[in-house]
Design a protein around this ligand. Structure first.
Ligand SMILES: [Zn+2]
Length: 278
């Protein structure tokens, strides 16, 4: 599943391909992918708008158009393909944008979980889904005081709290494990029991892990953009996620896999000891 680094990489690819181009036509083949407005209104409104800029907010891709903003969430497997208009549509290509009447940007999604919303350009940050998003990993407002306060009422494991997009936006299951490993915090530790020092480690390691992954182009980027041949190299740099039974790169203990909040979680039981507070 794409996390912040993958989304940032897709944004970079899209910036190169589509900024300045005009959406001259749009076809929707899976209605439920369009969350708002109605499919007919979505198509009518988006036509003839020019793509001005693209950025990301959490795991959302934010495409600023002439009048509206198009929000796209890749969810599990959403990706874009650029095709000539003459190339037959593949059955997994559910939303097709024609650009400058000559090429198509196709949103492909085998699982059909991807979401798109067309919102008002002047108010979209003040409404969902962006309204309730927490800070970005590089937002200066992401401080230990902020995290302590947000974790204070959380009786869930820290692994689960880090997946909560309303606290820090952009962390998913893979980088969550990596951040906790580098922070030497058990994924099972209750969020509200984290010390100020723990919170600082999480802030520092979130930056470290995400920036490194962004620099390397995301973990599995080949799945998320049309640029066949663009490989994510970060997967080679993962320390614990997906490494069940491998030895810990720090202490040589065996990495184990457990379920936390229903999510597969990898950690080193020696480096990430659970110190229970009485
Ligand atoms: Zn270890």
């Amino acid at each position: 599943m794409p996390e912040k680094p993958e989304v940032v990489t897709v944004v970079k690819v899209l910036q190169k391909h589509i900024v300045g181009k005009t959406i001259t036509d749009c076809k929707v083949y899976w209605d439920r992918m369009i969350e708002t407005p109605s499919v007919n209104n979505f198509i009518e409104q988006i036509k003839n708008q020019t793509i001005e800029s693209i950025h990301s907010r959490g795991k959302w891709i934010v495409i600023t158009l002439t009048k509206n903003v198009l929000l796209i969430h890749l969810r599990m497997e959403g990706k874009f393909f650029f095709r000539e208009t003459t190339v037959p549509r593949n059955k997994h290509e559910h939303v097709v944008f024609t650009l400058d009447q000559k090429e198509e940007m196709r949103f492909s999604d085998v699982r059909k979980f991807g979401k798109m919303l067309l919102l008002d350009k002047t108010t979209y940050t003040k409404q969902e889904p962006l309204l309730s998003l927490g800070y970005e990993y590089d937002d200066p407002r992401l401080t230990t005081d902020y995290l302590k306060e947000r974790f204070a009422s959380r009786k869930v494991p820290i692994k689960t709290a880090l997946l909560d997009q309303s606290i820090i936006a952009g962390i998913g299951n893979i980088y969550d494990d990596e951040i906790l490993f580098l922070s030497k915090i058990s994924p099972l530790k209750e969020a509200k029991q984290l010390s100020k020092k723990d919170c600082q480690s999480i802030i520092d390691n979130t930056k470290l892990v995400l920036e490194k992954a962004i620099a390397l182009g995301g973990t599995t980027i080949r799945s998320y953009t049309s640029e066949e041949g663009v490989h994510g190299r970060f997967q080679n740099s993962l320390l614990v996620h997906g490494k069940e039974n491998a030895s810990c790169p720090v202490c040589k203990s065996t990495i184990i896999k457990i379920k936390v909040g229903g999510r597969g979680t990898y950690y080193c039981p020696t480096c990430q000891k659970l110190h229970l507070r009485k």
